[in-house]
Ligand binder design. Sequence first.
Ligand SMILES: [Zn+2]
Length: 180
Amino acid sequence: MGSSRKLEDLTDEVAANAKRVVEVLDGVGIDLLIYCTLRPLEEQARLYRQSRPWSKIKSKILDFQNRGYGYLGDVLEQVGPCSGPHVTNAAPGESWHNYAEAWDAVPLIGGKPAWSYFDARPEWDAYGECVRQVGMVWAGDWTNFREYPHAQKRPGGNPLRESDPDTIHEILVGNGLLTT
Ligand SMILES: [Zn+2]
């Protein structure tokens, strides 16, 4: 299962914010594509593993186990080897996409995604402004590992710092991302 792009997979509040951002931008003639909402733990694990050697993955798994998040370590182990570019600092459970509280979006110009900020600066800046206006955090404002497409509800970078392992487990089961 890959990531969802459905707004219904977000929490009600975040989905309403996403709709609002799309509407406001539409009102000024900017077409926005929301291409990622809820991201399964396995997908997060693949993205995390794809740019890292096994030694790094192994120490992350041990770190999860030591902190009471063995169930996240299991996901990281079970997806197996992956390869690809560095796209995330977040292991499974460490992204707000795993909690239905974040989305990724890109402005469309002539129907095509304008991935480069510098090629579509007015559109990206308008998007960032709308995200701020609905009270969310735009990762285009971050100075460390800036991500123009990413918007999230809470300022904290790591959801695991906000709750204990049992609460996190409960939320992930509630989202349907974990079965046990
Ligand atoms: Zn994102």
